[in-house]
Design a protein around this ligand. Structure first.
Ligand code: HEM
Length: 258
């Protein structure tokens, strides 16, 4: 421990943080710092999201629904920032990106381990992702561990089974949700949680949609640096849902007028 008093910079490790942006273009392209910083900022927010969702899973396991919901609301607000950030990137012109894009090859956002951890932790577990990833062994191991640990969707399903024993069995979860949505005052805490989960799912979809639109604006129909078809591949991910029953329940509740 140093005997110097703590400062803003030493507490937050600002000098180290500011030393982490290394242009690969030489001479440095004007827009490469934007590209590096925006990705690094995303990764920092991803780290916080994982921290909050991990805690929420644990809290749900202990039936602390209100506290889990509070932390998940924070995740929703972070996601709003993530969506808004896409606009900052759109201030870059396609020709600017082309000016340094070849230096990134074959790196791609596809390889963001934390993004995949978030997907797996929410409940979108796809073991094929592990086969297609090029990353450090310890990162791959971290992601593989996520496959084996209960997701937020699992924790929510287990909570529903505890509170609505008639909801045991996958196909019964939807029935429990119908009961909750149709008697909101009797299940206020579960309903608040369900709506926050839906917000998280919706914000992830909105991010995917904004990202693919931005990608089309930037590279048109070119292939991705990660080797995918690019925009066509990203469009195929748009229907992903971590909490499909929370979308289905909308069709089931309420009476149709006779
Ligand atoms: C100029 C900016 C960007 C372009 C042109 C771009 C392009 C692409 C493309 C083409 C893919 C498909 C995989 C591939 O073949 O490479 C992809 C995937 C992805 N990108 Fe970006 N991207 C950009 C910025 C970002 C930013 C700022 C993030 C924030 C972390 C990001 C995160 C991701 C993620 C997570 C995937 C995987 C999506 C999935 O498989 O569901 N991208 N990107």
């Amino acid at each position: 421990m140093s005997d110097r008093p703590l400062t803003y910079g030493s507490y937050l490790k600002v000098p180290e943080l500011l030393g982490l942006q290394e242009n690969r273009s030489a001479p440095a392209h004007h827009d490469e710092p934007l590209f590096i910083i925006i990705h690094q900022v995303y990764e920092l927010w991803f780290k916080l999201m994982l921290h909050e969702i991990d805690s929420a899973v644990e809290l749900l396991g202990a039936d602390r629904v209100g506290e889990a919901t509070r932390l998940l609301r924070r995740v929703v607000e972070v996601q709003r920032v993530l969506v808004a950030q896409v606009k900052v990137l759109e201030t870059m012109r396609p020709q600017d990106f082309l000016g340094f894009r070849y230096h990134l090859n074959p790196a791609s956002g596809f390889q963001s381990i934390q993004f995949r951890e978030i997907e797996f932790l929410l409940g979108l577990k796809d073991p094929r992702i592990l086969e297609h990833l090029r990353s450090e062994p310890e990162e791959t191991a971290r992601l593989a561990a996520r496959l084996a640990t209960p997701s937020l969707a699992d924790a929510f399903a287990a909570l529903l089974r505890r509170r609505h024993p008639e909801a045991a069995g996958e196909d019964r979860q939807l029935e429990a949700l119908v009961a909750i949505y149709e008697a909101p005052e009797a299940h206020a805490d579960l309903l608040a949680l369900a709506e926050v989960l839906l917000d998280i799912d919706e914000n992830l979809s909105i991010w995917r949609a904004h990202h693919v639109q931005m990608v089309e604006r930037m590279i048109g129909a070119r292939r991705g640096t990660g080797g995918s078809e690019g925009v066509a591949y990203l469009q195929s991910t748009l229907p992903k849902r971590a909490f499909p029953d929370l979308w289905r329940v909308r069709t089931r509740i309420g009476q149709e007028p006779a």
